[in-house]
Design a protein around this ligand. Structure first.
Ligand code: GLU
Length: 536
């Protein structure tokens, strides 16, 4: 019987959740759901020195914001708990002892200073070793005596023990070159403080928890040979591995804090839509479908020194993956996702794509009555806070504003700043407003455009305003003035908004309503003299 699909996201609580971590969690979520399986959140907190308080909360908040609901983990009890490695120490001791008993591991009593000078000596003599295995051949009696005497020790893997075997291909990177040579000599499994190293804890937990697929960042690829040695030493069946390529900035540099936002909390604070960020991350590296690495090929004989460049499988069947800016919700992503279509090549995470996706996710939301209502309700408190004196913050009004501005809103907070004239009278003193006035030749022309239109609009019965063809009125009145439509419309736009761009003038009028439209035009008519002081 095959075991049920179970994946894990296993962050170390060493600081805020970064985009790279969110992307790893996301792909775990997608792949688990795709396979009809589950995933858990495991906190790898065995390195107390690197722990940062609040990290776990930050990770959980980031996952919840993105809509990535793990099935088991902190706050969600399950059969594999506890989900904090610091609460599983007995388990690591049990397994370390197993390896000691079978000779797959041994105790090392060398002090930190001794180890340091050994490492230097080996390096000087040009040997590709980091430890001289001095403690490997201590007799059982001696080990027992030194342990009894309270001497501190660590547990090391005896790396000459595990049977060398062919490695299963990585689901993304394909067959990998044997990287044993780059591993430390007899890697440490248990530290002298009795905490496990990442490697021991990770392998023990993945096995104990029944993880079927280990999906994590490319930076862990070099650890795979050691993990496979551990699986072999325990006689455990290894899970399937899939490593996600490193994400790059558009200039090709590695994503890092110094180059702008990488913390998920920054994206939350800037008001990006979670589904847009999820869409953006999912599409990074989602290349073309490449059947050469699909599960069905895992039985292929692997040669341990084959080239790691899986792209060389050019003859394999390929089907199109989505375009790098396809707007998809998480359920749609899950439906279309295919891990074998993820490239092993480093992928650029381009912020301009996020802008595009965010805007289009918003527009998608606005296209349904429900989505529009929800967005208006979500934004109302912020609008009220930003415009405390405004009498234009009702939900029905906000919905009209949102529809008029859609396509101009890149992020939700843009609603607060893109068109302030929908919430308060226009500012005629802003530099933008003043610059607009200079595009209108004179005070007289301003009034020539404004006044007859004002009369026409005033004559529209108020109950007809909503459905009235205001655009035609403006067109006709413009014609009568003989002014260029650019000048005429600039007058109208200036009087209504004080800004140089925005929705069309009739649209602005419709949103504002008749009363406010007339009030603004009247106000402008009475103040126009102030804007052309040199004429008076
Ligand atoms: N704790 C590791 C990290 O923080 C997880 C590595 C793994 O997924 O095996 O990235």
């Amino acid at each position: 019987m095959t075991s049920p699909v179970l994946l894990r996201f296993a962050p170390s609580p060493t600081g805020p959740l970064h985009l790279g971590g969110l992307r790893t969690a996301l792909v775990n979520h997608i792949h688990a759901r795709k396979l009809g399986g589950k995933w858990l959140l495991r906190i790898e907190d065995t390195d107390a020195a690197r722990a940062v308080p609040g990290s776990v909360e930050g990770i959980r908040e980031g996952l919840a914001w993105a809509g990535l609901d793990y099935d088991y983990g902190p706050g969600k009890a399950g059969p594999h708990g506890p989900y904090f490695q610091s609460q599983r120490l007995d388990l690591y001791h049990f397994y370390a002892k197993k390896l000691l008993d079978t000779g797959h591991a041994y105790r090392c009593f060398c002090t930190a200073d001794e180890l340091q000078s050994t490492r230097e000596r080996l390096a000087r003599s040009g040997l590709n070793q980091t430890y001289d295995k001095k403690c490997l051949n201590l007799t059982e009696e001696e080990v027992a005596r030194r342990v009894k005497a309270g001497e501190k020790s660590i547990v090391r893997l005896n790396d000459s023990m595990p049977p060398r075997r062919t490695s299963p291909p990585d689901l993304i990177f394909g067959h990998l070159r044997d990287a044993h040579a780059s591993l430390p000599t007899d890697p440490v499994l248990l530290k002298s403080d009795l905490f496990p190293t990442y490697h021991l804890a990770s392998v023990v937990d993945d096995h104990e928890m029944g993880i079927t697929h280990v999906l994590r960042g490319e930076e862990w690829l070099p650890s795979v040979p050691l993990h496979l040695d551990l699986y072999a030493s325990f006689n455990f069946e290894p899970p399937q591995f899939a490593h996600l390529p490193i994400l790059l900035n558009p200039d090709g540099s590695k994503m890092s804090k110094r180059k702008g936002d990488v913390r998920v909390v920054d994206f939350i604070e800037r008001g990006w839509e979670p589904q847009a960020v999820v869409n953006w991350l999912a599409l990074a590296g989602w290349g073309v479908h490449d059947h050469s690495h699909s599960h069905s090929h895992s039985s292929e004989a692997s040669s341990s020194n084959s080239d790691s460049d899986s792209s060389s499988a050019s003859s394999s069947k390929q089907t199109a993956a989505p375009d790098s800016t396809t707007v998809m919700s998480l359920p749609e992503i899950i439906q279309h996702f295919d891990l074998s279509a993820v490239t092993h090549r480093r992928s650029v995470l381009d912020p301009t794509k996020l802008e595009y996706l965010n805007k289009h996710h918003l527009m998608r939301d606005f296209s349904s009555e429900e989505g529009l209502q929800a967005f208006a309700e979500r934004m109302q408190p912020d609008i009220k806070a930003a415009y405390p004196d405004s009498d234009s913050t009702s939900i029905p009004y906000l919905k009209k504003v949102i529809l008029a501005l859609q396509g101009r809103l890149m992020t939700a907070p843009d609603l607060l700043t893109t068109a302030p004239y929908f919430f308060q009278p226009p500012s005629y003193t802003s530099p933008e407003s003043q610059a607009l006035v200079t595009a209108i030749p004179s005070h007289e022309i301003y009034l020539q455009a404004l006044q007859p239109t004002l009369e026409r609009l005033r004559a529209i019965p108020s109950q007809e305003w909503e459905a009235y063809d205001v655009a035609s009125v403006l067109h006709e009145e413009n014609k009568k003035t003989g002014l260029k439509s650019k000048v005429y419309m600039t007058v109208m736009r200036h009087a209504l908004s004080g800004m140089k761009s925005g929705p069309s003038v009739p649209e602005i009028m419709k949103v504002l309503g008749q009363e406010k439209t007339l009030a603004r035009l009247e106000d402008a008519a009475s103040r126009v003299g102030e804007w052309y002081p040199e004429e008076s």
